[in-house]
Design a protein around this ligand. Structure first.
Ligand SMILES: [Zn+2]
Length: 320
């Protein structure tokens, strides 16, 4: 349990739909901060004009930082797990290897290539791709974790992605692993990414999928809500519409991601029981791996079941 107080009314702001600009919206679900148990209730609405689900009101940007504390899994250091460290490192290493295997299908990278990871967190994906494919690697995040050994080869930019100029640099691969659903201005972000792509460059975006089995199962306790950090929740339809609005062309749509759908099945079940009290990840790790073993037959078909994630690969329209 955290000491952070529930946010005050004046720490929120109202926004219009990120996709179509409409203010016409209906309530979808009220979410709590289920992962760490911080207080507060957060409303997601559905745009009545285009169908995008988004948080409204949302916390002002200067207030949201407090929710990205050390409990946040993407920023978690590798050394927090005590005797379970090897198992945790294996699982996190597998996640980075799965990301690499996914992007390998769309780009062939070498020593002259350049890769940018937006929302690079602990930097381990960039470390992995640099080590095994050799490109120069750049990362952007609003949290500075450059003291970590994984950052040795990373050209790091601190701050908001769309405010990073990068001058005349172009990237063969830009990745956004669970970044876009946190973004306060997703169209601006996607347009900036489009402008930074090399001629044959690819942009790979993974986000939770709203029109998925796990959302239908868990509703207000769906881990993909991750309130208040998630500003928008994308279905296949609204994600593709946002790409089009941002001047990007779809190369392929995947009804899964590199992030394990099992995490959502496990966390959603835990959130149902905990009812907003927060999940102690160090205590949950034994049931986590046990559950994964039990569900293995189901998880072998993860890519066909539309459980929780989605990934789009896109490019500049008309480019090779
Ligand atoms: Zn809309």
């Amino acid at each position: 349990m955290s000491a952070l107080p529930a946010p005050r009314h004046d720490q929120f702001e109202y926004v219009r739909c990120y996709l179509c600009g409409s203010a016409d919206a209906m309530p979808l679900v009220i979410a709590e901060e289920d992962l760490t148990g911080k207080p507060g209730r957060f409303l997601f609405v559905t745009c009545q004009d285009c169908g995008l689900a988004y948080q409204n009101p949302r916390l002002k940007m200067e207030r949201i930082g407090a929710y990205y504390d050390d409990e946040y899994i993407a920023h978690r250091k590798k050394t927090d797990w005590g005797p379970l460290k090897p198992l945790y490192e294996w699982a996190m290493g597998k996640h980075d290897r799965d990301k690499l295997a996914l992007v390998d299908r769309y780009v062939s990278l070498g020593g002259h290539s350049a890769v940018l990871d937006v929302g690079c967190g602990a930097g381990t994906f960039l470390e992995e791709i640099h080590k095994h494919r050799g490109p120069s690697v750049s990362g952007v995040d609003f949290k500075d974790l450059t003291h970590l050994p994984s950052y040795a080869a990373i050209d790091f930019h601190l701050g908001l992605f769309y405010e990073q100029p990068f001058a005349d640099r172009r990237f063969d691969l830009i990745t956004m692993w669970h970044f876009l659903e946190h973004d306060y201005d997703p169209v601006r972000t996607l347009e900036h990414a489009r402008d930074l792509l090399a001629p044959k460059g690819r942009l790979v975006i993974e986000v939770p999928r709203l029109d998925s089995a796990s959302f239908r199962l868990f509703k207000e306790r769906w881990p993909g809500l991750q309130a208040p950090q998630h500003t928008a929740l994308y279905s296949r339809k609204t994600l593709l519409a946002m790409l089009e609005k941002s001047g990007l062309e779809l190369v392929e749509y995947l009804p899964y991601g590199a992030f394990p759908a099992y995490f959502y099945l496990f966390a959603g079940t835990a959130f149902k029981f905990l009812k907003g009290r927060g999940l102690n990840l160090s205590k949950a790790i034994y049931p986590y791996f046990l559950g994964q073993l039990l569900l293995l037959p189901l998880l072998l078909f993860e890519r066909k079941l539309n459980l929780a994630m989605q990934t789009v690969v896109c490019k500049v329209p008309g480019s090779p």
